[in-house]
Design a protein around this ligand. Sequence first.
Ligand SMILES: NC(=O)c1ccc[n+]([C@@H]2O[C@H](COP(=O)([O-])OP(=O)(O)OC[C@H]3O[C@@H](n4cnc5c(N)ncnc54)[C@H](O)[C@@H]3O)[C@@H](O)[C@H]2O)c1
Ligand SMILES: [Zn+2]
Length: 375
Amino acid sequence: VPSSPRQTVTVDLSDRSYDIVIGDGVLDEAGTRIAPLIGKGPRRLITVTDENVAGLHLARYRAALVAQGLESVDIILPAGEQTKSWRYLEEVLEKTLAARIDRGTLMVAFGGGVIGDLAGFAAALALRGIDYVQIPTTLLAQVDSSVGGKTAIDTPQGKNLVGAFHQPKLVLADTGLLATLSERHRRAGFAEVIKYGLIRDHGFYEWCAANGNAAIAGDAGLLAEAVRRSCEHKADVVQQDEFETTGLRALLNLGHTFGHALEAETGYSERLLHGEAVAIGMVMAFDLSHRMGLVSGQSAGRVRQALATLGMPVDLSALPGLTVDALTAHMAKDKKVKAGTLRFVLVREIGEAFAGSEAPAELVGTVLRNAGAAG
Ligand SMILES: NC(=O)c1ccc[n+]([C@@H]2O[C@H](COP(=O)([O-])OP(=O)(O)OC[C@H]3O[C@@H](n4cnc5c(N)ncnc54)[C@H](O)[C@@H]3O)[C@@H](O)[C@H]2O)c1
Ligand SMILES: [Zn+2]
């Protein structure tokens, strides 16, 4: 019997539909919820996780499986973005094949976005595609990366350039697991939560601004609500534009063109977490939209203030040494850039993002300089 209520969000994609089950303690139901998804024969699972998550939570997960007579081959990888690489993709596939899997074998991605993206991609490739389940353990993974079927690794040429669309069969988001995550990572993950409000739901933006700090501090009910409402938004977008062909799904990249350039320039390191880069990037997207005459300076200022109140970085003051030229060069390489022009997700108002036409490079430079970039 669940100790706290469960919320379910369904991602409706006809024969590829699946549920996201959200709540404190859902991990203990992993066995009962996964068992019906496994084929007949040897009821085997391959679980991919990282060293941090394994140390903290693998025993509980294993116990939940054993209680249902399930056995897992566990592949435990180093933590960090460097693991989303050819090398560890090869390691996961080698170990998976060595376990003599068949098409009924299920892969489980148990970790943050790094593990989810890597294991999801491995599942897309093994035997030309086996089923997989996401058990996201970071706020970012629970509200964003575990939902929607985008899987990838990074290569020397850039982030997420090799991957596949492969939807999971189930997502188990245990909000209780976020208690062991650092507050800094919870705060950064919350940038992706408030992002949904800034893109398409003014009311949810207000909710985030009012409740964000309590959620980040660990209020279980607020965290579960933040995860549920984020997943509802992600599901709604993915249902309408699964393969990012109509432009709708691309709106989820609000703040990401700027953010990716900041991450690249800081080496995808602990200096700047993805969500932190997105927070700064969203402030820049509002500033750019304002300078293009699309949104009021008042709205842009309110967003900046709201993110600052949530403890997120909103400019480059903690990142000295970044230059306009270097950042612009990164943006010109971004895969969302068409033919050398800089295209951004822009805003008309809080909650009304749209895919912008090209932005004048001059204004982009002004936005970067205004945030503290040199040059
Ligand atoms: N597929 C998508 O649609 C999508 C969307 C957004 C982001 N992403 C990807 O997600 C990745 C970032 O994900 P992330 O922020 O979860 O990073 P991550 O997976 O590296 O996790 C962050 C850190 O937290 C640790 N950790 C995870 N769960 C924990 C827990 N419960 N308690 C304590 N520590 C824990 C991890 O070991 C790691 O050190 C990036 O590679 C990004 O490209 C993918
Ligand atoms: Zn993101």
